[in-house]
Design a protein around this ligand. Sequence first.
Ligand code: NAD
Ligand code: UDP
Ligand code: UDP
Length: 337
Amino acid sequence: MQKRTIVTGGAGFLGSHLCERLLKEKHDVLCVDNFYTGTKRNIRSMIGNPFFEVMRHDITFPLYVEVDQIFNLACPASPIHYQTDPVQTTKVNVHGSINLLGLAKRLGARILQASTSEVYGDPAVHPQPEHYSGCVTPIGPRACYDEGKRCAETLFFDYYRQHRVDIKVARIFNTYGPRMHPNDGRVVSNFIVQALHNRPITLYGSGAQTRSFCYVDDLIDGLVRLMNSASDFTGPVNLGNASEFTILELADLIVAMTGSRSKYVFKPLPMNDPKRRQPDLTLAKEKLGYAPKVSIEEGLRKTITYFDELLRTNGVTAGIVGVAEAEPTYNPHIALN
Ligand code: NAD
Ligand code: UDP
Ligand code: UDP
């Protein structure tokens, strides 16, 4: 039987890659998105496929459709985007999760939540295993996202315990690749766009903070493995790539790979910016057979090619800003909708 599968946030960066993967696996895919940060450009290769349907809908409102599986990815993910309307960010995670869990409960459908490494906050344990409960402030500028995602996990586990909803929770670590939004302020997209324009590379703080970067194809493979995992495995499970780099090392690599003449400028570190982040992938390997395959060089090469083409064809040159300058002027719809 062909599975009818919803991807909320399906027009976003990760969601559009997931829709493509599910279509390849012969799912009947319903992409639900309000196009807040997602774009029609991301899904245009799928439009016209009889097994791909798009619904413009905000998941903070109820949704009545008939499906077998739900991937819940709807939520702005970059700090610039989720801090533009922080109340809405919390609503997406809380009201949105309640609506989709209500849908899953009514249908007896399996539901997967795209949670995040941000639930660990600025971690005191390194690398981060799933049993580490994190170090998060409830009142900082990142809290709408971090605490929103933590509350979503709480809702998922309460629907599991109280209503026996079939849940899966993935904690996604920093992922990059083609279709990242060029103005989203995330480090990989910022550095590549700056390097391609020979503009200054904006390093926040000293650049000594670390992140572990996962290429999108590996991450999508992890999400699909989790959705198809044994029914007694709920997660939460970390998904990402354990190769850890300082932000300065990432900048050096991108400058070298693009042959850029960009210089470095150092800017203040945003408030509550985590100092280190690296997934402990032991559980993902054991339960899902998950092992990321794409090296940072290969992943960056594909991502640089994508941005190079995008900037040539769309002339997206405005609005490449850091978090500090972003708030007064930022418009998440600026370039591509
Ligand atoms: P993205 O911003 O590209 O995608 C999010 C999508 O959700 C967009 O298409 C947006 O329009 C849609 N959306 C936002 N609010 C909505 C609403 N109320 N109703 C319907 N649609 C809505 O971000 P992404 O990087 O693709 O992230 C997808 C998911 O993965 C998010 O839940 C994010 O928290 C999670 N995640 C991503 C990363 C990463 O590194 N990319 C890391 C951790 C977690
Ligand atoms: N809901 C939905 N689609 C459905 C079923 C429920 O959007 O197919 C929403 C509905 O708005 C409800 C929420 O999910 O408020 C939670 O549903 P649940 O059954 O858990 O709670 P209740 O309806 O009892 O408040
Ligand atoms: N960062 C940076 N310059 C930029 C954008 C980000 O130095 O132009 C830093 C940021 O302060 C953080 C890291 O890169 O330490 C990753 O930032 P991103 O927003 O991509 O992800 P997150 O902080 O959510 O992990």
